[in-house]
Design a protein around this ligand. Sequence first.
Ligand code: C2E
Ligand code: MG
Ligand code: MG
Length: 618
Amino acid sequence: MRDKRFYSFLHRQIPVMMVLSLFPGLGYIFLSWLHDIHVPALIWYSLIVVNSIWGYRIYKKFNFEEMSKQSRESWYREMSYFFYAFFLLWAIIFIIYVKHDTYNLHYIAIFTELGASVVAAALLFPDRKLFVPTIFILMVPLIVYFFNINDWYGYVLTIFASIFTWVLLYAANSSHNLLKTTSYQASHDLLTGLYNRYFFINSLQQMMNTLKESNQYSYLLLIDLDHFKIINDSLGHDVGDRILQKVSTRLRKQIPVNNMVARLGGDEFIITGSEFNNKEQCRDEAVALSNTLLNALKQTYIIDLNHLYLSSSIGVSLINPTNTNANSFIKEADIAMYEVKAKGRDGVFVFSDEMSKRVEKHLEIEQMLHFAIEKNEITLHFQPQLNKDQKIIGVEALARWNNHKLGNIPPVDFIPIAEQTGIIIELGNYILKSAFTTLVDWEKKGYALEQISINISMRQIFHYNFIHDITALCEQYLDSSLRSKIIFEITETIVAEEIGKVIGVMRDIKKLGIRFSMDDFGTGYSSLSYLKQLPIDEIKIDRSFVNKLDHDKGDQEMVNTILNMAKIFKLNIVAEGVETETQFNFLEQHNCDIFQGYYFSMPLEKDKFEAFYTQQAG
Ligand code: C2E
Ligand code: MG
Ligand code: MG
């Protein structure tokens, strides 16, 4: 229970004790002067002053946040001696004064002693080691005094004083227990019995101070259960809670005795390591322990006849003696943990500077992306699509972002961030509008394009307003003949998640006359089953297959199979990423319809595409 509140409480009692001794002490000097016992009284009061100076120094020395565990321990010891000494002095003044019953000073002495005992019980109750001996130091001389009166009322007073001692001990003890319970509740997670976030962060700060003093290393492991939400949602929070309890038990069992484990909240747990002199050794131990934990947490959980399986993701950050902020280490472990999640979960990553740079860059992109549209930084480039006769019959619109600070950011970097943040909805609409108006413009100029392909993110498809937005844009810009030239490219990788819903949206969009193409075909899962289910009109063979056509027999077979399959399903085929003549020839001979790639042209700015088109047409 020796937490910050415990220390701070006792720390606050030091000046209280000093004031309660220095001022009443003056009254004693005055009495001693009246009754000629000033020598012992003056010696006593000087000891009170000396003790107060000592107390003041102890008081000043205290700084919970910056003290290491050892220095806190030694501060605690010194503080205890200070209190013992003070109360001992009060016992001594009692012994001196109680003898002078001729002046009736014994009344004052007795009252002082009782008062001091009450003060001890009231001030020192958080610490049993302090209040029990102190109450005895104060009350035993009083009991002995009463006993030595050797008369009936002396014995009665002896009994009363003994009962009073017991009451004081009982009262202090009750307050102590109450404090212990509230302190436990304030520092522990009630579901799992592990430490909570608040306590953990404080202790981590302490640990870092200790590491700084001893120039050592340690580590933090941040554990997050994978897909825990699914268990909560499907089996109920009760089962979820019981899993969390089982997870805590397994964690407790696996970690070395000196390591601390806490629940940060939800399904997130955090563990500190032991101390190491060597950074490499610290890292190795952290990874080894993480792997042990991954394994332990992966064992089946049996709850109400349910056999449940859970993996987890662990992020590791190494605590070094130079950095002083506890939260920054937790953040690092968090970044490493998210890296594990992003790379497919069920694993361990140690935080690195490179990771931190990536996160910073990510954040920067995210911030800038919010203003990219209004600042007109997003444009479309157009990559020509050609038929067998190498005549331009279409284009793919590809987003480009040029930021004054970050320069050109490729879509593979900003599209995923736009998807994560939801900006893709606004961005997607902006891209659609630009593509639609460009098509209208080209129609006016008399370009004979059969199609314009626009990439659509799954996040857009799932957005509640998507169909409404597309309908509005179509009504505003495109007549029905132009609508039939629009192709939306979707990627098969994400379709897996909610295929039914995707099909519904696609059917609604198709009613407007817009067609669909399956982008990056061959890189997702179970392509064949999708081909049958999804209402698509075209597939785009991924450039990773096209790339290897020159020399890889396996890829040639693969492309050939895709081409044949597409014919069976009566789908148009676009080959993307055509870079060489050999690739073009192979594809052309195997009945591919449309070709796109650097062999013909890079994606071009609007006016450059127009020049390219006019040149070819002319
Ligand atoms: P994607 O839809 O598969 O686009 C084709 C990518 O391949 C483009 O990269 C294009 O520049 C590149 N490419 C074309 N020909 C060749 C070639 O011969 N060789 C090689 N090595 N590459 C070629 P880009 O423009 O960087 O776009 C990357 C991805 O970003 C796109 O892949 C698409 O998934 C996404 N994206 C681009 N624009 C948008 C957009 O407006 N909306 C959405 N949602 N996603 C977009
Ligand atoms: Mg595409
Ligand atoms: Mg593609």
